[in-house]
Design a protein around this ligand. Sequence first.
Ligand SMILES: [Zn+2]
Ligand SMILES: [Zn+2]
Length: 261
Amino acid sequence: MTLKTNLHTHTRRCRHAADQDDRAWVEAAIAAGVETLGFSDHCPWQRADPAPPPGFRSGVRMDPEEIPDYFGSLLALREEYKDRIRILIGFEVEHLPRRIAGQDALFAPWPVDYLICGQHFLGDGSDEWNGNWVGAPSDDESRLADYVDRCLEAMESGRYLYLAHPDVIDYTGPTPVYERHMSRLCGWLAAHDSPVEVNLLGISGHRHYPRENFLRLAADCGCKAVLGVDAHDPARLLDPAPEAEARAMCARAGLPVVEPL
Ligand SMILES: [Zn+2]
Ligand SMILES: [Zn+2]
């Protein structure tokens, strides 16, 4: 990899990542030439307000009770590997106003280095147990508008280092409508020198993002891009192909790539 800083890394605790020890991600990052590795596993949610249905267990995030193990493990690795790599510890978080206070209470005892916003769900987050995430194809403009409003609110809060996969929303309606709403988002990000992430998991996983038309729009608005490996498997840190493709996409779009720190 030519990437020196990757702040988008998951661990097995989110239950959809490789079942490997945290050390495997650190070793892979060192082998890849990464100098700063930021862990940003999916944030845990407090159990109430709104509470999930009885018996529900998330397949996309750790339980609150796993936070001590997350920090315990990563702080020990930070110390052990301090001469070889810089390790940061954060979370990828949905900005859901009803959950912010509870989330802050969960994080308060721990040395959180940073948060990135990954707006996978809207509303109060109950879409998680209803199986309705923003990446599901939809031509509903109100959903697109809601997504953009929520991302803007998130970034205006100053809580997040950057917006992960801003093009995760899979709007399938008319292009002018898509561009009208997404240019609101890109305009704000450009004005505040807040980069858009080009998500390498989207490339390696052949997902609907990153979208070329979004990257062109971001470039037209004056945005800069950062690359996020979104590594759910240590092997993702060792594969140069998605990074090369992301850089080629940015070059075609005229979007400058910068390091996130
Ligand atoms: Zn994400
Ligand atoms: Zn992620």
